[in-house]
Every structure is written in structure tokens, then in C-alpha cells.
Design a binder for this molecule. Structure first.
Ligand code: NAD
Ligand code: UDP
Length: 242
């Protein structure tokens, strides 16, 4: 099961799981996701979609849960900050309750925003962050921090099998155009010949220390910025043309 499966990252994850011939249940309320992102999957026997808001309980039988449901860009998550925190926190509680009941392994899509505007650089897993709890970004940052707390408490208290990944700024096809994130704003504004602006108070320095991922998971970056930007620009060009 992939919550937020009709979003940018979730739809790519659904693609990958379907390609691996896993049976995928995609859950989404279409707040920021779209039918377009998953349209190509509907013909597959391995793909099923259910419209649902994760702040409400969900009773399904699944073996693995990828919890990605949450608006991710400043413009979207600040549109309805109360709902943003609710999605992170109530959503995490409901999905953890489900994981506990069906004994499913559950992964949380956390974020580099848990480090806030970091003082330590680059950011390693052990860093606790520098987060403003009452600013306009807090609905997202603190929601994600509390979701991590829920995950580790369900692990300690109920022995739920958890994974938490702190995703750093990701770009690629199916991003939202002009959503306040650096890459999408830069590309769209450059394609339109507009002056380049960035949104609000983005953290000034951010870079993951990936040494643990390299040594423990054998994970290494494989796509250069040039190789990654080409399909992203092509995607935005097509989208703006349409
Ligand atoms: P996105 O906005 O494209 O996807 C989020 C999806 O969740 C959307 O399809 C949206 O409709 C859905 N959703 C939102 N609220 C929901 C709710 N209450 N119930 C059900 N579905 C709901 O964003 P994304 O960039 O694909 O991000 C996916 C996840 O990864 C998010 O949890 C985000 O916080 C995390 N993340 C993303 C990045 C990044 O750079 N893209 C970085 C760090 C963390
Ligand atoms: N929950 C859910 N699906 C399930 C099991 C639980 O949505 O299959 C929800 C449930 O409604 C509750 C939350 O997950 O609000 C936490 O469940 P848990 O059993 O951990 O806590 P409790 O119900 O005891 O508060």
C-alpha cells in the first residue's frame, strides 16, 4: 500500500512496485496528487486505487505500507496548515494502527525539514535539528517530527516494524510547477523567461551526510544533476505547452 500514491514521489514508487509485479494499493485524496500521475497504471492487474484521506481510519489487509501522504511544497502545505499537521500526525497514527493490526512493515517518508534551518552541516542522522515551532513552516516540520516520534514509539511500545527515511529535496517529472520549491520554480520561470524568485524562508544550507547510507545500505547517488534535469525540463515544457 502506498499512501500519497498519486503524488510526485508516490506515483514513481507505484510504477516501480508494479514493474516488480507487486500488488499495489494506492491511497490518495487528490489534495496535491493527480489522476494524470497514475493514469498509465490503471490497466495493470497489479494496480488498485482507493480514494481516501489518511486522517480517517482505514481498514484494509496489506503486507507493506509506504506512508507518503502529505503535501510537500511550501505553497501547498501552508495553504491549510491545520490539515497539514493533521495529515502528518493523525495519518501516521492511523497507518501505524493499521500496521500494528496486520503486522505489516511500514515506511515513513520523512524529510530533511526535520532539521529546520540546520546549524550542523552536512546533516547526519544523529543531528536533532534547529526548528522554529511557531513559524509558518512549523505545520510541516513539526508535523513530520511528531510523525517520526509516533513511528519510534510504535516500534518501542508495540514492536511495529518501521523504516523512516528523511528525504532531501527531490526533483523530476511529475513535480508540481511553480510550487515554491527551488527546482520547479527555477525551471518554470526560466522556460517562461521570467525573473527567478524563491519562496519564503527556505533553509540556508542543506546537504545530507550520506556516509551511513553508503556503508550500511550500499546506497550511492547514480543520477547526475545534468542527467536528472533533462527529463525534468522536458516534463515542464510539455506541461506548460498543454
Ligand atoms: P506530493 O504533494 O506530490 O504528494 C503527496 C500526496 O499525498 C499527494 O498525492 C496528495 O494528494 C496526497 N495527500 C495529501 N494529504 C493527504 C491525505 N490527508 N490523505 C491522503 N492523501 C493525501 O508530494 P511529494 O513530493 O510526492 O512528497 C511525498 C512525500 O515525501 C511527502 O510525505 C513529503 O513530505 C515527502 N518528502 C518529499 C520531498 C521532495 O523533495 N519531494 C522531500 C522530503 C520529503
Ligand atoms: N486504525 C486504522 N486501521 C486499522 C487499525 C487501526 O485506521 O486497521 C486506526 C485506529 O482507528 C486508531 C489508530 O489507527 O485511531 C491507532 O490504532 P491503535 O490500535 O494503535 O490505537 P487505539 O485504537 O488503541 O487508540
Amino acid at each position: 500500500m502506498v499512501t500519497g500514491g498519486a503524488g510526485f514521489l508516490g506515483s514513481h514508487l507505484c510504477d516501480r512496485l508494479v514493474a516488480d509485479r507487486r500488488d499495489v494499493l494506492c491511497i490518495d485524496n487528490f489534495f496535491t496528487g493527480s489522476r494524470q500521475n497514475i493514469r498509465h497504471l490503471h490497466g495493470s492487474d497489479h494496480f488498485e486505487f482507493q480514494r481516501h484521506d489518511v486522517t480517517f481510519p482505514l481498514y484494509v489487509e496489506v503486507a507493506r505500507i509506504f506512508n507518503l501522504a502529505c503535501p510537500a511544497s511550501p505553497i501547498h502545505y501552508q495553504h491549510d496548515p491545520v490539515q497539514t499537521t493533521k495529515t502528518s500526525v493523525h495519518g501516521a497514527i492511523n497507518m501505524l494502527g493499521l500496521a500494528k493490526r496486520v503486522k505489516a512493515r511500514i515506511l515513513q517518508a520523512s524529510t530533511s525539514e526535520v532539521y529546520g534551518d540546520p546549524i550542523e552541516h552536512p546533516q547526519a542522522e544523529g543531528y536533532w535539528g534547529n526548528v522554529n515551532p511557531i513559524g509558518v513552516r512549523a505545520c510541516y516540520d513539526e508535523g513530520k517530527r511528531c510523525a517520526e516520534t509516533r513511528f519510534f514509539d510504535y516500534h518501542r511500545q508495540h514492536d511495529v516494524d518501521i523504516k523512516v527515511v528523511r528525504i532531501f529535496n527531490t526533483y523530476g517529472p511529475r513535480m508540481h510547477p511553480n510550487d515554491g520549491r527551488v527546482v520547479s520554480n527555477f525551471i518554470v520561470q526560466a522556460l517562461r523567461g521570467e525573473d527567478i524568485t524563491i519562496f519564503g524562508d527556505d533553509p540556508k544550507q542543506r546537504c545530507p551526510d550520506i556516509s551511513v547510507a553508503q556503508s550500511r545500505l550500499d546506497w550511492h547517488p547514480t543520477v547526475s544533476l545534468e542527467d536528472g534535469l533533462a527529463p525534468t525540463i522536458a516534463y515542464f515544457r510539455e506541461l506548460l505547452g498543454r
